[in-house]
Design a protein around this ligand. Structure first.
Ligand SMILES: C[S@@+](CC[C@H](N)C(=O)[O-])C[C@H]1O[C@@H](n2cnc3c(N)ncnc32)[C@H](O)[C@@H]1O
Length: 291
């Protein structure tokens, strides 16, 4: 079925309003290939009829279907490796000190880490494994797994349902997980399920990064990797500004290896920690949501 220029513009505007994803001019095939099955499933006879249907439809079911179809959920355990190495070597020891000094003050709040575009959960589970392993290697440092809390969010209900299940194929495990870390998974036939110790550290929630952050609380660390690339400059700028508002003073943000805050935000100081680039929230950063 032909997609006219007007229909392409209407549908990409709909997607943009829904989740901030910017579909560039030459990417008509994304609409055709990814939304085509949904068009057929509702019996629409043209793309404009489908667009009218979407604009009239006020159920979350179809919106969820569109989001799950249009988003790219590519991920893997220990993806790009370096951010996790430097998290273990440079960030985690500081977080351990932070929890310890909090506890000495009688403050039992855990350190909070946000995997902000978590897809099917591998990034959040990788963080949980690195933390558990660090605690085991260092005799617990007087700390327990529950002193760390990981929030894994994604806009895609389909991806998030897989993350919640924590159930992976041999292929998904072998795509990045060193054998050493298999001990944190339980084998069931040809599948591997994240063990209770990992699952207990992660809370899952469907969340649109283009919505407000008011009830998220604060985080010491935010992993937001490989999603900024799908947003336009305005959405990236706005998102980084809102990250500032939920990061603790001096908190750290890590982006995907092809992403950067350059030209988008002045609130972060770039740091090379090991072989990864991190963005540390400047002490004097003025962010708009929280004072
Ligand atoms: C390519 S995956 C990256 C997964 C993981 N962070 C990594 O680097 O391996 C991008 C994820 O961003 C999610 N996403 C896209 N737009 C979003 C939005 N507006 N809010 C929250 N998540 C979004 C997609 O559903 C997808 O799971």
């Amino acid at each position: 079925m032909d997609l006219t220029r007007q229909e392409f513009d209407d549908l990409r505007r709909y997607v943009y309003e829904l989740c901030g994803l910017h579909i560039p001019d030459n990417k008509e095939y994304l609409i055709v290939q990814r939304l085509g099955p949904l068009l057929r499933s509702v019996g629409a006879e043209s793309w404009s009829e489908f667009h009218d249907f979407l604009r009239r439809d006020d159920t979350s079911r179809m919106r969820n279907e569109i989001i799950s179809a249009i988003t790219t959920n590519e991920t893997s355990f220990f993806r790009d490796r370096h951010p996790f190495d430097s998290f273990r070597e440079h960030i985690l020891p500081k977080l351990c000190k932070e929890v310890t000094s909090r506890q000495l003050r009688g403050d039992k709040r855990p350190v909070r880490i946000w995997s902000a575009a978590a897809s099917t959960g591998q990034e959040a589970l990788t963080l949980a494994m690195v933390i558990l392993d660090h605690l085991e290697q260092h005799g617990g440092c007087g700390l327990r797994a529950r002193d760390f809390s990981i929030l894994a969010t994604d806009i895609s209900a389909r991806a998030l349902a897989r993350a919640v299940a924590g159930d992976y194929s041999e292929f998904e495990l072998s795509r990045g997980l060193p054998d050493y870390f298999r001990k944190y998974f339980e084998r069931s036939g040809k599948r591997w399920r994240a063990g209770a110790r990992l699952r207990d550290m992660v809370e899952y929630r469907q969340f649109n990064l283009v919505s407000d952050f008011d009830d998220l609380g604060r985080f010491e660390v935010i992993f937001c990797r490989n999603v900024l690339i799908y947003f336009d400059q305005e959405t990236k700028r706005d998102l980084l500004n809102r990250f500032c508002s939920v990061l603790c003073p001096g908190g750290h943000l890590v982006l995907g290896s092809t992403e950067s805050v350059y030209g988008l935000s002045e609130a972060f100081e770039q740091q090379r920690l090991g072989r990864a680039i991190w963005y540390r929230l400047r002490e004097d950063a003025a962010c708009s949501v929280f004072p």
